[in-house]
Write a protein that binds this ligand. Sequence first.
Ligand SMILES: [Zn+2]
Length: 412
Amino acid sequence: MTTTLLDQIGMLVTNDPHGKAPSSGRDEWALGILTDAAIVLEDRRVAWIGPARAAPAADERHDCAGAAVIPGFVDSHAHLVFAGDRSGEFAARMAGQAYSAGGIRSTVAATRTATDEELRAGVRGLVAELLGSGTTTFEIKSGYGLTVEQESRACRIAAEFTDEVTFLGAHVVPEEFHADRTGYLDLVTGPMLEACAPPARWIDVFCERGAFDADEARAVLEAGARVGLGTRVHANQLGPGPGVALAVEMGAASADHCTHLTDTDVDVLAGSGTVATLLPGAEFSTRSPYPDARRLLDAGVSVALATDCNPGTSFTTSMPWCIAMAVREMHMTVAEALRAATRGGARALRRDDLGRIAVGGPADLVVLASPSYVHLAYRPGVDLVSGVWRAGHRVTSVAAGLGPAAGGRSHG
Ligand SMILES: [Zn+2]
């Protein structure tokens, strides 16, 4: 087994806090920062963490030269299986047009006519971007096929790249079911679910005006839960609504967007095991007000940040950019934003092993080209990722070796 020493780490963010929480600076304390540190990776795991001066020998050595090292980002919300381009729609929106959930239908039309290889190539390219910007775990949703065949194809292709596959047949009611919503719901909760469940771990629903109401969304989530899928909800993005309450009621892992919340929504989230996943790319791309992250954090809600990468309303794969936006526009501290993009995402996927750097845990980490994690927000738009290790392997050529056989898991 090859061992790798990452040496001379100026600032190591472990997300594994030690000692008692201080009365102030709790947000940074939670990052579990070590200075002048070193790490040894063995196979797919972290084998040793300690002071650089006490670092043991290893087969390979990487000198971090005083740079910061952080856990790999965990992007818990991404729609990567699609075809077509919606830049024109974005441009029109920036020129003053409003967003409605119906735009999804144009991507559905393009996706249905794409070949498997075209869809796969699209995912491969976006996964390369994710890895290159420091994301070591990512979720992929279906939701642009909306037929049994098309949705199961999307889930199968997604499963070639990640274990975190989400069935989102209930993204929007497709055109051909316009006059028969019940018929579409029967399809989603019946044959489509049956075809999509095997490669999927999660079921999701777009609970929003223009998509699915509370009763419809509940039926979708209950059907998924019956066949063993975990639940997540697109909730309260475009206006106040029942999505967050439903997510908590269903014990969902995550309520995503949370842009328009009542006090009751915040209270029920705070008392629940449901993570509020905030997606600043969506507000950016639709020129909408950002979610009130401070209100959630101050109420004790568990918060995650994710990209919502999709062609319509948030076409970014960059978690560092999401961190910068969360800090500048949503008033999160830099420490809170980094934690939400790592541990928060792990919680939103119910993966306690991810989003931190701990002995025995997966060797998923990012070497930054800066002395502090703060630069992620302090230097927005600048590529600060100088090295990515995923499952113990250095990601060197992110575009290569990501075929079905590699499963996007080991390349170096
Ligand atoms: Zn989404």
